[in-house]
Design a protein around this ligand. Structure first.
Ligand SMILES: NC(=O)c1ccc[n+]([C@@H]2O[C@H](COP(=O)([O-])OP(=O)(O)OC[C@H]3O[C@@H](n4cnc5c(N)ncnc54)[C@H](OP(=O)(O)O)[C@@H]3O)[C@@H](O)[C@H]2O)c1
Ligand SMILES: *[C@@H]1O[C@H](CO)[C@@H](O)[C@H](O)[C@H]1NC(C)=O
Length: 400
């Protein structure tokens, strides 16, 4: 066996998800049965100060020789970085990702990939021109749970999928939680709203079950009908979006398939907060697959067939384990001691692609990321939601 190859990461931004991702990244891949690669963090950058980057390196447990930068410019110039993980608000992804690609860096960029499809296309073209790896960090796609669900579908257990219902909703009380209107969930300057932040996961489930599972040669873009409710106080971000999609398929493949993708800041997928409602239902003539909330980090599935078969599964998030004193979680939330958050699987895939010389993610290539951005563009068009020109533009560079 050849020695594992180590991928050297640079972390661009020091916010909540950057912390969660970086902690997961530093978990030994062997704990999840991955032996061919390793990850290390060689630098992190904050746009506000070097001391913030230093604090970030400490909080996440990065190697003591990792560099702290007080600007993104310094980070992209660091010759020791193989891949940059971008964790700024989605309003900034286009400018930040273009900046990294121009500097010759491979990129894993948080969701939503960009503000619109035109930006996503421009990034894909730049990556191709520079022969660099570029992937949207839709971590859920890389969960073993997602692989299992897609395998259930392609193996025909429930028959051709006829309908998918997918919800990702939060019950956040936005007026109270985001009362100054500055939070990225409601702030138009940060491409705020439910659709780009949460609805992306409803669409992820729809696309990975109805689109990605089809042979590449037969995949066709869906038709889209949308209702969008704008958020009262800012009037320029959506508090809820509901999307009906029709996926064309040949009669042999089961004919057209329908999906309903929903998202809301105000109501919950599971009202009791305990994952009691299957937020995702994938239905075929022989039965259905249920995935329990949250849609972005599910840990439970249920296969129910018409012949009476019921298969329930729990999916663990491996980490250093109980007694390790190590904790991860998102934005103040805390998982059980030693339990990972599930972000390492996408990192493993990005690293594996680098080792293999691939330029795109295995379970969602750039064409699919672009198509999903096109669907969200169409939802916003039908719902009358646009963002400030400086964050919708494909012009580069623009100072945000
Ligand atoms: N995969 C997931 O589960 C997941 C979960 C949450 C969020 N996300 C995505 O990750 C991105 C960041 O979300 P987050 O929750 O980490 O947000 P956050 O806590 O607000 O962090 C964003 C970071 O971006 C940097 N930044 C640069 N310019 C900024 C500006 N004008 N306004 C605010 N921040 C700015 C800041 O770090 P420095 O200035 O120190 O660099 C800030 O800490 C979003 O695109 C979001 O959709 C993904
Ligand atoms: C999954 O976990 C839940 C909660 O801990 C438990 O009640 C259930 O029995 C488990 N199901 C399986 C199939 O292991």
């Amino acid at each position: 066996m050849t020695a594992p190859k180590t991928i050297r990461w640079g972390i661009l931004a020091t916010g909540a998800i950057a912390v969660t991702f970086t902690k997961d990244l530093l978990v030994d891949p062997k704990t999840r049965g991955v032996n061919h690669i390793k990850h290390t963090v060689v630098a992190a950058a904050s746009s506000s100060s070097k001391s913030r980057a230093e604090q970030f390196l400490k909080d996440t447990g990065c190697p003591s020789d990792a560099k702290a930068y007080g600007s993104y410019e310094e980070l992209v110039k660091d010759p020791n970085i193989d891949m940059v993980y971008i964790a700024t608000p989605h309003s900034h992804h286009y400018q930040n990702a273009m900046f990294c690609l121009e500097a010759g860096k491979n990129v894993l960029c948080e969701k939503a990939f960009t503000v619109n499809a035109a930006q996503a296309k421009a990034l894909a073209m730049k990556a191709q021109e520079k022969n660099l790896f570029l992937m949207e960090a839709v971590w859920t796609r890389y969960f073993p749970l997602s692989v299992y669900v897609r395998d259930l579908i392609t193996s025909g257990r429930i028959g051709p999928v006829a309908r998918v219902l997918a919800d990702n909703s939060m019950a956040l009380n936005p007026e109270e939680s985001f009362n100054d209107g500055k939070h990225r969930m409601v702030n138009p300057d940060l491409a705020g709203g439910a659709l780009l932040d949460l609805g992306i996961y409803s669409l992820t489930w729809v696309f990975q079950t109805l689109y990605h599972t089809q042979p590449e040669s037969t995949r066709q873009p869906p038709k889209v009908l949308a209702a969008l409710k704008s958020y009262g106080p800012t009037k320029a971000a959506d508090e809820a979006s509901t999307i009906v999609l029709n996926f064309p398929r040949s009669p042999e493949a089961g004919g057209d398939a329908h999906a309903v993708a929903t998202t809301s800041l105000r109501v919950a997928t599971a009202p009791a907060g305990n994952g009691d409602a299957p937020g995702i239902r994938i239905q075929g003539p022989n039965g259905e697959i249920q995935v329990f909330p949250p849609a972005f980090r599910p840990t439970r599935t249920k296969l129910i067939l018409r012949d009476g078969t019921v298969e329930e599964k729990n999916w663990s998030q491996p980490g250093p384990g109980g007694g390790s004193g190590w904790y991860n979680g998102f934005a103040g939330g805390r998982n059980a001691e030693g339990e990972g958050h599930g972000m390492f699987w996408e990192a493993d895939e990005a690293a594996t692609a680098l080792v293999e010389g691939r330029k795109e993610g295995k379970y969602e290539g750039l064409a699919e990321s672009i198509l999903i951005m096109e669907v969200m563009d169409e939802v916003r068009r039908q719902g009358g939601l646009s963002y400030p020109e400086k964050i919708e533009t494909t012009k580069y560079p623009v100072q945000l």
